[in-house]
Design a protein around this ligand. Structure first.
Ligand code: TA6
Length: 299
């Protein structure tokens, strides 16, 4: 990774601006407690690794690294819609925030944590013309835990509505030996069937190669129990009404160009979201914050 010619912000110890894959600008964090890499393209957290641990986030070995595509893996930010755009199916899946060029507004660090604030407005690169006035602030706190918070401020004079999700890809040794705890007895929307159907989770979620694509109410905390790596990853969310659990399985993985056919076995998405009947609506001047804290513990 190269250091760009003119870093735009004086950065504290442990934080550097770099040219990462595809020569895309990124922020590299290296602390005694953890390392991380965040691309300005999409404010995309691509890597987080607590010291003495395996990487916690999964990145596809076929991910594109260009300003015209979303990175496959890490933490894509889905905004201002989730999935297909209901009004115009030609618009990008999961919205434009993960395709836009964010700005690093501030960076602070101490021995254990680094806090990075990224900004996006309706005038930023990659944001469609005619987008309503808004300001997005994305705070990424790197350390033994990883915390992310998205604040959306309605800077216009009309009501602003949006969906949002942290579409986090976790790395696991073997998905067929991984189970997800926290959704027991909850009713979910099964998006892997057509038409969608509702069902109730009997026990923990397990995986066998069929696609899993479910929208749940967000529980207090979710555990990804990765027996292969003897590790438990915990996701605790705030101001997030729903959680999406996704693994493409064999068939869907084979249909995704930027994902090798067999890599469905080494990842699972556990997402925090406000979508569908939990779409956020803000009056002029109002704001909303959604946040998640991720912890990884070796057994
Ligand atoms: O969150 C799950 C999901 O909506 C799946 O339906 C699948 O499409 C996945 O997101 C990936 O979407 P992407 O646009 O990144 O290919």
């Amino acid at each position: 990774m190269n250091t760009p010619t003119a870093p735009t912000l004086s950065l504290p110890a442990g934080i550097r601006e770099v040219e990462a894959h595809g020569s895309l600008p990124a922020i590299a964090v290296s602390l005694p407690s953890a390392t991380a890499l965040i691309y300005l393209h999409g404010a995309h957290v691509a890597e987080w690794r607590p010291t003495d641990q395996l990487p916690v986030l999964w990145m596809s070995t076929l991910s594109e690294y260009s300003t015209t595509a979303a990175l496959r893996g890490g933490i894509p930010l889905c905004f201002p819609w989730f999935g297909h755009n209901a009004a115009d199916s030609t618009l990008p899946n999961h919205g434009w925030a993960r395709l836009a060029e964010w700005t690093l507004l501030s960076a602070t660090s101490d021995a254990d944590t680094a806090e990075l604030t990224f900004e996006l407005t309706e005038r930023s690169g990659g944001v469609p013309a005619g987008t309503a006035p808004m300001r997005l602030l994305y705070v990424v706190t790197v350390g033994a835990q990883l915390s992310i918070e998205l604040e959306v401020v309605n800077t216009g004079d009309t009501t602003l509505s949006f969906e949002e999700a942290f579409h986090t890809y976790f790395a696991v040794a073997d998905i067929t030996a991984t189970s997800i705890h926290g959704f027991q007895n909850l009713t979910f929307i099964d998006r892997a069937v057509s038409p969608e159907a509702t069902a109730v989770s009997a026990g923990s979620i397990t995986f066998n190669g069929d696609q899993v694509d479910r929208i749940y109410p967000m529980p207090t905390a979710v555990e990804v129990d990765d027996t292969g790596d003897s590790r438990v990853i915990t996701v605790a969310a705030g101001a997030s009404a729903q959680s999406i659990v996704w693994n493409p399985g064999t068939l869907k993985a084979a249909a995704i160009a930027d994902m090798p056919n067999d890599e469905w076995t080494s990842m699972v998405c556990v997402e925090a979201a406000n979508i569908r009947d939990h779409t956020i609506t803000l009056a002029p001047g109002a704001s909303h914050r959604m946040h998640v804290t991720i912890t990884a513990a070796q057994r």
